[in-house]
Design a binder for this molecule. Structure first.
Ligand code: ZN
Length: 399
């Protein structure tokens, strides 16, 4: 699982003990009103600006490419071994320029071109693409933490449902308590890069910085350092994978894509077409498609529309599939972080409802009471079924 040659010099620090997380009781962490949740707040985390890239800038920005910290990291890696793969370009249409790439031989295992997940070069962590467990839905949400996710996370908590959350470093720094909530609720936290760029279009330094500073942000805020990550739009090749491997990181992709983020903003993708995708993936749970293995489904925390798609379909998903679990659990990954103090249940332990005894970490997925001490608890208990859906649609109207 881990890179054999990973020995990079990293400098992740945190004042948070991930086994004893306390959520601050402020309107942004308790309200279900979008505007209130998304009001800027000064968190308890003291950010020294000269130690971080510009929010939403490339992760080498703000002098990070020349900082001592990053130089130490960069120089600790033996770059003579990095696969010699051309840096890709963005075409005139704003997408990756795939022209001329040899998709038949796929020499660099470029996922954007061929959905290749098995590296062509030795010593590189292969990607994870789907859950091996039969009739199992691997639940993943990208692009969080979203500032208006309180109702959504409450819903997951009420259903004792854990997911893999691929957080963008810039969002973590903007909404640190949103990330902290994810950790406290027992979700599997993973990296989704600092600025959500197409990774194969970046230089080695930029790829390294995008991964490093996202892990640094997640560690800073939650106390855990992710070992798993997902590139924006799945764009990675053996060069990008090799760099991630130096940080002991493994990519988690997907084999089913809901396209939820694109509804209404991309030609041909509407609310109806996303609903149809959900429906067809749900049917796969009972028509034999996943009789011998499971899926990993790409969905998004990006806004209330995407979160609502999931909430709307979740009861059907639960009916159609035997198991709905986060991607770490379905892969039997019991240590998804560098820190050994957090232990996830095995798949068997999880589906046999033994999760609470298996974690031993204080982070119990979906356990009652994990956030029930804050002011929003009484409100949340009223929000179930149709009323909850109505509340979400109410939020949608404000966006
Ligand atoms: Zn994304």
């Amino acid at each position: 699982m881990l890179g054999v040659n990973a020995s990079a010099v990293t400098n992740y620090t945190s004042s948070v003990d991930p086994t004893t997380v306390e959520m601050p009781d402020i309107p942004q962490t308790t309200s279900l009103d979008t505007a209130t949740q998304c009001q800027y707040y000064q968190s308890k985390f003291v950010v020294k600006q000269d130690e971080w890239p510009t929010i939403w800038g490339i992760a080498t920005s703000n002098g990070m490419n020349t900082s001592q910290e990053f130089q130490n990291l960069y120089n600790s890696i033996d770059w003579s071994k990095v696969p010699n793969v051309p840096i890709r370009t963005i075409g005139a249409n704003g997408g990756l320029d795939l022209v001329g790439y040899d998709t038949t031989n796929d020499p660099y295992c470029w996922w954007s071109a061929t959905q290749c997940v098995t590296p062509k070069t030795e010593g590189i962590n292969p990607d994870i693409r789907n859950c091996p467990e039969p009739e199992t839905w691997g639940l993943t949400f990208d692009d969080g933490p979203n500032c208006s996710h309180n109702a959504f996370y409450d819903y997951l908590e009420e259903n004792k449902q854990r997911a893999s959350m691929f957080y963008v470093g810039s969002n973590v720094m903007n909404w640190p308590y949103g990330a902290l909530r994810g950790l406290k609720d027992g979700h599997h936290l993973a990296s989704h890069t600092w600025s959500h760029k197409m990774m194969t279009t970046l230089t080695n330094q930029e790829v390294l910085a995008e991964l490093y500073y996202t892990s640094k942000a997640i560690k800073f805020v939650t106390g855990v350092t992710p070992l798993y990550w997902r590139p924006a739009l799945g764009d990675l090749d053996d060069r990008v994978r090799w760099i991630a491997t130096q940080l002991n990181m493994t990519a988690m992709l997907w084999n089913l894509d809901t396209n939820d983020w694109a509804a209404g903003s991309t030609p041909g993708v509407t609310v109806d077409t996303v609903n149809q995708k959900y429906e067809s993936y749900i049917q796969m749970g009972t028509n034999g498609t996943f009789a011998t293995s499971g899926n990993i489904v790409l969905t998004h925390e990006i806004n209330n529309m995407t979160m609502d798609f999931f909430v709307k379909h979740y009861p059907e998903i639960k009916k159609a599939y035997k198991h709905v679990v986060d991607a770490a659990t379905c892969m039997n990954i019991t240590h998804p972080y560098v820190e050994s103090t957090i232990t996830f249940p095995t798949f068997d332990q999880s589906v046999n409802q033994n999760a609470s005894t298996a974690t031993g970490s204080g982070v119990v997925p979906g356990a009652s009471g994990t956030t029930s001490t804050n002011a929003g608890a009484s409100v949340r208990s009223l929000l179930n079924g149709p009323l909850f859906i109505a509340a979400l649609f109410g939020l949608l109207a404000l966006v």
